[in-house]
Every structure is written in structure tokens, then in C-alpha cells.
Design a protein. Structure first.
Lengths: 191, 292
């Protein structure tokens, strides 16, 4: 997906070259934005739908501010780097339980895109922690049960299996599946 | 990876961000990539403000005008000519003001020495949003260094081997940015469009005021015989792109011989622990500059 901006001028230009463009840095970064805004937005949309636009905007603004850190180790593509920033933005959001906006504040940019997107009601805009708690509750009951026994009660797989009347291997499988599901929705801590 | 169609808010935001970047660039230097990861430049902002000012001056200047105080202006230009091997120390504050009343200010205390192709430099006031006071950093003998005041620890990354640039291409470094600043201001002063416009007292210092015909820049130099920079004002208060004021708290040249400790974090912080590690350096860089 691309935005409605023309891209012909930079058609053959790699992301890495766009980030190094000294002739028209703003135009080049805007091209980078066009290329990846859809993917970054989709990444956030799966995790915290109502704030996806705000967090996408924050990620791309933070990318501009930290562009000197970009290392071209993926054949010129900046997407892995952008998604790394996105993960940090989401982790900051959850840790502080408020939508991260420091980069946009610094650049004097709009801070509330969610309202523009139509998320107005309080129920639409649950706190980041509440939203992620909901993700947990969406796990299948049997997986959530196994996960709680393993993580909260710190039982071994043999003990989890005994409590749930299943084999240890099945307990491990349930926990593993639960963690995989959460991996696509819950942010990881920064290293 | 899957994509979604971004909502109109993000399409609008793209234009907002592009405009904000142009404003950002108008008040800082056109940022090329720096040779080192994450090390924010000390003198760059200052140099950029001057370079922008110079472009403005040279593009709007009219016929040459003879300076009324040629000697003063020549000496002011000479004061911006660091001798080879000396250590240049520039402690300055750059403030950008916008017509809406917003202000943005940053102070930098930069020490630098050009040695052959190497530029050794330290910034003792690494200020950025979220950065702890007392953070210091720079590049010395090709190694990136950071001082974390919270942990009282110096992090040093080994030299990064970079391929040589193509023939005829000179990569910028901290020293070249500062050299550009001096070169550009000297260009202003020797353009024949500079004139002395009386005296002014700035921060308790007696200064000579120099203005430039057909341009909006005003340059103040010390009236104590050194002609060192005291303040440079670029733009007017009503300018949409902001007005930049650089105040030089210190601008001095020191002999290189016997002053190596001035460019050594370990000498400046003898009680600090020292960690030699790329991973340690990167972690410290991320921790000390959480906003990039």
C-alpha cells in the first residue's frame, strides 16, 4: 500500500539512500513514510487498534529523529529498523500506560490522531494496559489456564500436566501456543 | 508482512511531518549522516545555523560595500582561524525562537583537535530530551566514547573500520563542521559587505557589533582585543522559520602540546569505571539518548 503521493522520483532509490538524502531530506523521508506507513500501521492495528495511527505517527517521527542510528544491514530496507522502533514505542506506551508522543511533541506535530480516526468514546479508547489485558483474556481457556500455572505459579510442565490431567508434553504445547499468540500482540521489553 | 490502508489521519500526518522536518532542517544544519552511530554532534547545530545564515547572506547581497572599520573586521576574521594542532574550545548556546513564542535551546561545550585525518572531539554538555545532565561524549583516536554520569562509567567502542571514500570525496567530521563555521563567518566578514555598527554589552561583556549589508545577520565580537565570537544572531523575530541566536560563552584556542587530557574522558573522570565494548557502548547510547 502506498499513500496518494507520487513516488516515481524515488522509484529506484533504496530506503538506506533515502535516509542519507542530503538534497531533499524531507521529501526523501516522506517517500520512506509512503513505503512503510501501511505495514507499520498494520503492525500496531493488530495490537492496539484504536491507537494504531498515533503510534504509527510516533514511530515514523521517532525514526526521523533517530535516523543517524540506521544501519543498512538488510540490503537497504529500513522496515526491520522501523518495526524495531515500533516495538520500543509500544513498550514505552505499555510501561507508562499512555500513548507515547514525545517525538511528536518535540517536532510540534498533532498528538491525537485517534479522535480523527473516530475513536472518541471512552470504551473505544481503553488504556494500553487494559487493551493488552484483553488480549490475554482472548486466549482459549485451556491455554490461558496452562499459561497461568506455568508462569504465575511457576509449576513445572509435569506439575501443570498433573493439575490439568494432561501429559507434560501437552502442557508444554498449550503454554507454547499461548506464548506464540501473545507474541503477536504484546510488546516485548527493550533489551 | 501484511499492510492496511492507513486512515486519512495518517495521510494528513505525512504532510504535517514533512513540513515539520523542513522547519527542523531550517533551524539546524542539513544533516548528513554522521560517521559514528548515535553520536549527536556538538558543533553541528551551531555550524548549521551559520551556514544557513551565510547562504541567505550570499544569495541576497547586493554590490560590495567597503567596511568602515576594515581593521576591526579583518581582526574578527583572523580570530576565526584556528592554528593547526591547537585545541579549539567552544562553549555555546543556540536558541531558536519562533513568532508564536516557542523557544528551543541547546548548550554545547565542544573541545576538538584536528590531527591529520583524525578529528578528536568531546562535547561536555550532551543535552537532548531525556538525557541525564552531565552526559559527555565524543570521538578520540577513532574510538567513540560516552560518559554516563548516573553510573559514573565511561563506555568506549573500538574503532570502526570504514572503507575509504571514493577519490575526491571528503567525509565530514566534527572538525570539518566547526571549520565550516569559521570559514563561513570569515567569508561573511571578508565579503566587503560587513560594517561596524557600534558597541553593545552582552552578558556583561563589552562587544563590537558587526552587521552585514542586505542581510539580517548580526555578529558581536569581544572588544577586549581578542575579537573572539560573543554572539551571532540570524534572522528576525517575525521570521516563520525562526530566529537563531548563538551565544558563545567561551571561544578559545589552546596549545595541543601538553593538553591531551582535555580530550580524554578518562582523565576528566579518574574515578569512573571504563567499559570497552561495542554492546556496552550501544546500550549506554540508547539509555542516555532515549529519544534518538
Amino acid at each position: 500500500m502506498q499513500s496518494d503521493r507520487p513516488t516515481g522520483r524515488y522509484e529506484r532509490t533504496s530506503d538506506a539512500s533515502l535516509l542519507r538524502d542530503d538534497h531533499d531530506p524531507a521529501g526523501a523521508f516522506s517517500e520512506l513514510y509512503s513505503r512503510h506507513v501501511g505495514t507499520v500501521h498494520a503492525w500496531f492495528h493488530r495490537r492496539i487498534e484504536w491507537a494504531a495511527s498515533d503510534l504509527t505517527a510516533e514511530t515514523l517521527t521517532r525514526a526521523w529523529l533517530s535516523r543517524e542510528r540506521f544501519r543498512d544491514d538488510r540490503d537497504g530496507s529500513s522496515l526491520p529498523w522501523l518495526l524495531g522502533i515500533a516495538a520500543n514505542v509500544l513498550a514505552d506506551t505499555v510501561r507508562r500506560n499512555r500513548i507515547e508522543a514525545s517525538a511528536r511533541e518535540r517536532m510540534g506535530l498533532p498528538l491525537d490522531l485517534a479522535t480523527e480516526d473516530g475513536y472518541v468514546e471512552v470504551e473505544d479508547r481503553l488504556s494500553p494496559c487494559t487493551t493488552l489485558e484483553r488480549q490475554l483474556r482472548r486466549l482459549p481457556e485451556h491455554e490461558l489456564e496452562a499459561l497461568e500455572l506455568r508462569v504465575l505459579e511457576e509449576l513445572s510442565y509435569a506439575q501443570v500436566g498433573a493439575r490439568l490431567a494432561i501429559r507434560p508434553a501437552a502442557a508444554r504445547l498449550r503454554v507454547s501456543r499461548a506464548l506464540r499468540r501473545l507474541a503477536t500482540t504484546v510488546p516485548k521489553e527493550k533489551r | 508482512m501484511n499492510q492496511t490502508t492507513p486512515p486519512p489521519s495518517l495521510i494528513r500526518f505525512q504532510r504535517d511531518l514533512e513540513d515539520a522536518i523542513r522547519r527542523d532542517l531550517a533551524t539546524t544544519r542539513p544533516r548528513g549522516r554522521l560517521p559514528r552511530v548515535g553520536l549527536r554532534v556538538g558543533a553541528v547545530v551551531l555550524a548549521a545555523a551559520v551556514i544557513v545564515a551565510v547562504v541567505l547572506v550570499t544569495s541576497t547581497a547586493g554590490p560590495d560595500v567597503q567596511s568602515a572599520e576594515a581593521t576591526t573586521i579583518n581582526r574578527a576574521a583572523d580570530a576565526l582561524h584556528p592554528a593547526s594542532g591547537t585545541i579549539l574550545h567552544v562553549d555555546s548556546t543556540l536558541t531558536t525562537s519562533y513568532p508564536q513564542g516557542q523557544h528551543w535551546s541547546t548548550r554545547q561545550d565542544v573541545w576538538q583537535q584536528q590531527q591529520g585525518t583524525l578529528c578528536n572531539w568531546l562535547n561536555l554538555r550532551r543535552s537532548a530530551p531525556g538525557t541525564p545532565a552531565g552526559t559527555e561524549g565524543g570521538t578520540v583516536n577513532g574510538r567513540d566514547e560516552l560518559y554516563d554520569p548516573v553510573r559514573n562509567t565511561i563506555y568506549i567502542a573500538p574503532p570502526i573500520r570504514v572503507p575509504p571514500p571514493p577519490p575526491g570525496v571528503t567525509l565530514p567530521n566534527e572538525c570539518s563542521y566547526m571549520a565550516d563555521f569559521a570559514k563561513q563567518v570569515r567569508g561573511l566578514l571578508t565579503s566587503g559587505r560587513a560594517r561596524v555598527d557600534g558597541r553593545a554589552r552582552i552578558g556583561g561583556r563589552e562587544t563590537i557589533k558587526i552587521v552585514f549589508t542586505h542581510a539580517v545577520e548580526t555578529y558581536y565580537v569581544a572588544a577586549d582585543g581578542t575579537y573572539a565570537p560573543v554572539e551571532l544572531v540570524s534572522g528576525r523575530p517575525a521570521d516563520a522559520t525562526g530566529m537563531s541566536t548563538t551565544v558563545f560563552h567561551t571561544y578559545e584556542e589552546l596549545p595541543g602540546a601538553g593538553n591531551a587530557d582535555l580530550l580524554s574522558l578518562t582523565a576528566r573522570h579518574p574515578t569512573a569505571g571504563v567499559v570497552y565494548s561495542v554492546a556496552g557502548f550501544r546500550a549506554a547510547n540508547d539509555r542516555l539518548f532515549p529519544n534518538g
